[in-house]
Design a binder for this molecule. Structure first.
Ligand SMILES: Nc1ncnc2c1ncn2[C@@H]1O[C@H](COP(=O)(O)OP(=O)(O)OP(=O)(O)O)[C@@H](O)[C@H]1O
Ligand SMILES: [Mg+2]
Length: 268
């Protein structure tokens, strides 16, 4: 790992923008530096994890089960704190502001949206009601436009606007969960295990949406076992194992060795 509070993605961003003045505070949506996170029961969720997510970029975290991927994404979005767990060392910076150990409502206000594992939609509410449930678009006059953006991203939801979310397929529920998250126009969208348990045919459209969201200016952090697709949309990747970053680099570094990206091979 690189010292001095800089990760290689930071340096990559600097490099990519060489030739013009770069304000890293603006370009980097998130930096997590040397995080050590402890669960309330004393278990260490991660030992030492550093990563960063530039704007307009998809960053992927790979690694085997129990590596610390979910702990990492929950720590940076504040969801560890609410349960009495804690980041005991390291620093999380969002758009230049230190948010280490902030609460989820604070990180949400600053522009972080986390779509957790097992996509949580409100099953007894319709698709449109789900999209509006978080109050992201308080003004009625703006609702139609905002909702149209979600339906443009996920056309298969268009004809199901009034359907109860609980009656949607798993893939459509995931689309709904992501659509609801982006209605708040997050600066950083985090999606944990987006394709888990979903039919393979759904992976391409979901990753295409992730690519479009990043292209629109949002920083996106994903954790996904569908490594082939994840490598295709990612601009930078980290391999986490045993609570530490074991390797990092652009997707080319991991492509062709997707088992390694998934952390299934020995030596880790
Ligand atoms: N609620 C919890 N309480 C205590 N320890 C936990 C808790 N959740 C996870 N851990 C531990 O923290 C470590 C990291 O787990 P984490 O869920 O972050 O891994 P992961 O990389 O997301 O794995 P997976 O691929 O299975 O989702 C593991 O050792 C795990 O046992
Ligand atoms: Mg996980």
């Amino acid at each position: 790992m690189t010292g001095g509070g800089k990760t290689a993605a930071t340096e990559g961003a600097e490099h990519a923008h060489s030739g013009r003045e770069l304000n890293l505070k603006e370009e980097l949506a998130l930096t997590a530096e040397h995080l050590r996170v402890r669960y309330r029961n004393g278990a260490l969720g991660v030992l030492d994890v550093s990563f960063s997510v530039p704007r307009n970029t998809v960053v992927a975290l790979f690694g085997p089960n129990g590596a610390g991927k979910t702990t990492s994404v929950r720590a940076v979005s504040g969801f560890m704190k609410t349960e009495g767990n804690r980041t005991v060392a390291g620093r999380v910076t969002l758009l230049g502001t230190d948010v280490t150990n902030s609460e989820p409502h604070e990180t949400a206000r600053m522009g972080v949206a986390l779509v957790p594992e097992r996509r949580k939609v409100f099953p007894n509410m319709s698709v449109v009601e789900n999209l509006l449930a978080l109050g992201h678009i308080p003004r009625r006059s703006q609702r139609a436009n905002a909702l149209d953006q979600v339906f443009e991203l996920f056309p298969s939801l268009t004809t199901r606007r009034k359907e109860l979310a609980g009656r949607l397929s798993g893939g459509q529920q995931q689309m709904l969960a992501i659509g609801r998250a982006i209605l708040g126009r997050p600066k950083l969208l985090i999606v944990d295990e987006m394709t888990l348990g979903l039919h393979h045919s759904l992976h391409a459209p979901l990753f295409e949406a992730i690519r479009a969201i990043a292209a629109d200016g949002t920083a996106v952090l994903i954790v996904d076992e569908s490594t082939g697709f994840a490598l295709n949309v990612a601009g930078y990747c980290y391999l986490i194992a045993g609570g530490q970053v074991r390797d990092e680099g652009p997707p080319e570094r991991f492509r062709g060795n997707e088992l390694l990206a998934a952390g299934y091979v020995g030596g880790l």
